[in-house]
Design a protein around this ligand. Structure first.
Ligand code: WQD
Length: 338
């Protein structure tokens, strides 16, 4: 029996695939490489000594997806594949709704046809919208503030309706907070295309000399130092959360949402200072205006994941930033060897 990982060559997908293989699972990847590269498969092979079966297809290609299910004995699916740039989703909503929702409907219909009803879904803390009531619990009010967030929230609703229609479905909705860091080997990591939207890859690109300084988006929030506070979680801890959720969906029908966060918040300036400490590199920054759509504070109450999945984020902020820097130093241009 195999675990199908859609988007398995992506940032969180690849770290999860490594842990699945290390735990003895047979893994099959589907990836269209729109936001990743086949080089990731070579790196996974180097880390695990296992060659991965990967289908370079888009989930929207129904006939090719059918071939994946007919050729393999799939036990469960971990579904990462999807577009995830908040700003791009505002500019191109139809592209985001079609890609993220239609592709997931095609996947679920194929799963149903092959009687595969165990699913771990890559959701996001963005489904909590702009609520300021922290720490966020799974029953905190839901709402989205951009098309990307709406695709996650709509898909959670689709999965809930699917389970209501057929209680044999077993679904875990994993709401990620802010994933950062990289595998300890530095062989796989976060490789954003173009100028990074997220804070930590931006910092490492400043440190490695690709960018000149960090723009701190506002220091007039109601926080300790005025800058935005977020719940950062090591990608290896996040990957482990998927294995814990897989264990649950393999044995228990039902549908559950889980916050995957460390349960504490750090400000932008604290991230910069901690990075300087672990790397020994000074990070120049400039305070600029707030980024539209940003909220002041977001961090998780991860109690439910601890109680029901036996999962806790173990790595520290220093671990996250040290591993991010190790990846960046070893891969100045990401996976692009040139
Ligand atoms: C973190 C903090 C910024 C960049 C996003 C998505 C979310 C999820 C995780 C997918 C904020 C500040 C950032 C910079 C800055 N992705 N910042 N200068 O916005 O919390 O979450 O990534 O699921 O959906 O919205 O992450 O890293 O962009 O920002 O000052 O150059 O750093 O204002 O306070 P965010 P981020």
């Amino acid at each position: 029996m195999a675990i199908l990982v859609t988007g398995g060559a992506g940032y969180i997908g690849s770290h999860t695939v490594v842990q699945l293989i290390d735990s003895g699972f047979d893994v099959i990847i589907i990836d269209n490489f729109i936001n990743s590269t086949p080089e990731v498969l070579n790196r996974i092979h180097t880390i695990t000594s296992k060659k991965i079966k990967c289908y370079n297809i888009d989930l929207l290609e129904k006939d090719k997806l059918k071939k994946v299910f007919s050729e393999n004995n799939i036990e469960a699916v971990i579904h990462f594949a999807g577009l995830k740039a908040v700003g791009e989703s505002v500019k191109r909503p139809l592209y985001y709704y079609h890609n993220n929702i239609t592709s997931t409907l095609v996947l679920c219909e194929m799963m149903k046809e092959y009687n595969v009803k165990k699913l771990v879904f890559s959701s996001s803390a963005t489904v909590y919208g702009s609520t300021e009531n922290v720490p966020l619990k799974e029953n905190s009010p839901l709402g989205a503030t951009n098309p990307y967030g709406w695709t996650k929230l709509m898909l959670e609703q689709i999965f809930s309706d699917l389970h209501t229609s057929d209680s044999e479905w077993s679904i875990a909705l994993l709401r990620y907070f802010n994933p950062v860091g990289a595998h300890e080997s530095g062989l796989i990591g976060e490789d954003p295309s173009g100028v990074p939207n997220n804070l930590t890859p931006y910092i490492t690109q400043v440190a490695v000399g690709k960018l000149s300084k960090v723009h701190v988006f506002g220091n007039d929030y109601d926080t300790e130092d005025g800058t935005g506070v977020r719940d950062y979680i090591h990608v290896a801890d996040l990957a482990n959360g998927h294995l814990k959720a897989l264990d649950k969906v393999l044995t228990n029908p039902g549908i559950n949402a889980y916050n995957l966060g460390a349960g504490k918040g750090y400000s932008v300036l604290a991230i910069i200072k901690t990075f300087e400490k672990v790397s020994g590199i000074n990070i120049p920054y400039e305070i600029t205006g707030r980024r539209p759509g940003d909220i002041a504070v977001s961090y998780a109450d991860p109690t439910k994941a601890r109680q029901e999945l036996g999962w806790v984020a173990e790595r520290t902020l220093e671990d996250m930033l040290r591993d991010s820097w190790n990846w960046q130093v070893k891969n100045k241009n990401g996976y692009n060897k040139s």
